[in-house]
Design a protein around this ligand. Structure first.
Ligand code: OAD
Length: 252
């Protein structure tokens, strides 16, 4: 587990950032982005479906794929890793949770300060206008159409080649530049700009910790790589922190 000096840094941190990726939801049964897909979708690669060009070429296919992912995530339950991040939010003076996930499981677990860098599967946008559409009628067409302009509706997630929501990215960058510890969990650290946040934090003097069963391009830069599943290691980390806090607390 985490060595005592690093645990101490975590315990003394005024601001901690947790950056999560698909790996944190793996134990909830949500396939990670780069896992081979199963069933109906086995012959498609996620990276090829998650683009504006794919949607324009085959809107029904892409809409159906996201509908399938939405049905998976709605059935999924937050796991012990999500719960441990809720606990860390309670234990630490300030925790900013930045996620690349679109499954909404952090909020469902009870995390409050969550920045969703890549949008949310439960949001729907008009492809032409870029506006959020909260109500539309299901007239049997796939994808459904925008009630205002008749354009195609699309999921409110960020696709390859698209910009991240500006205000959310700015908040994430400010958090990374001002945190004392950044904890990267369950991300392959391949997709920018999210993948750049830990290194930005390090440039500003933060301690970097990583939780992942496999090494990533970030691993050589971290102060500690905790190798294993988030559902096991994050609760252990929260327990270690709680124990240390108990030891440090003034006795009366
Ligand atoms: P990936 O699918 O690229 O990576 C998932 C990571 O989770 C891998 O490094 C796994 O080793 C790790 N992992 C698997 N099981 C785990 C577990 N139980 N506990 C901890 N880690 C585990 O997913 P992301 O890094 O999130 O963006 O991908 C980043 C972005 O790429 C996604 O948000 C998506 C995709 O393109 C967009 O769609 C814009």
């Amino acid at each position: 587990m985490l060595a005592e000096p690093l645990l101490q840094r975590l315990a003394e941190a005024r601001h901690v950032v947790a950056l999560t990726g698909a790996g944190i939801s793996a134990e909830s049964g949500v396939p990670t982005f780069r896992d081979a897909q199963t069933g109906l979708w086995a012959r498609y690669r996620a990276e090829e479906l998650a683009t504006p060009a794919a949607f324009l070429a085959e809107p029904r296919l892409v809409w159906d794929w996201y509908a399938w992912r939405r049905s998976l995530t709605r059935r999924a339950q937050p796991n012990a890793g999500h719960a441990a991040l809720v606990q860390l939010e309670r234990l630490l003076p300030r925790l900013t949770l930045i996620t690349q996930n679109v499954d909404g499981l952090h909020a469902r677990a009870g995390s409050r300060n969550v920045l969703e860098l890549h949008g949310n599967l439960d949001t729907t946008l008009c492809f032409d206008e870029g506006t959020v559409v909260t109500e539309y009628t299901d007239d049997g067409r796939t994808p459904p159409r925008c009630p205002r302009c008749g354009g195609l509706l699309r999921p409110g997630v960020v696709w390859f080649g698209e910009s991240l929501p500006k205000a959310t990215l700015e908040q994430a960058e400010v958090a990374a530049a001002s945190c004392d510890v950044l904890l990267s969990v369950g991300t392959s650290s391949l997709v920018h700009p999210a993948a750049g946040l830990p290194l930005a934090a390090k440039r500003h003097g933060a301690v970097l910790l990583e939780v992942n069963p496999t090494a990533t391009p970030l691993t050589p830069h971290v102060d500690a790589a905790l190798s294993g599943p988030a559902g096991l290691l994050l609760p252990e980390l929260a327990r270690q922190l709680e124990r240390l806090r108990g030891r440090l607390a003034p006795s009366d």
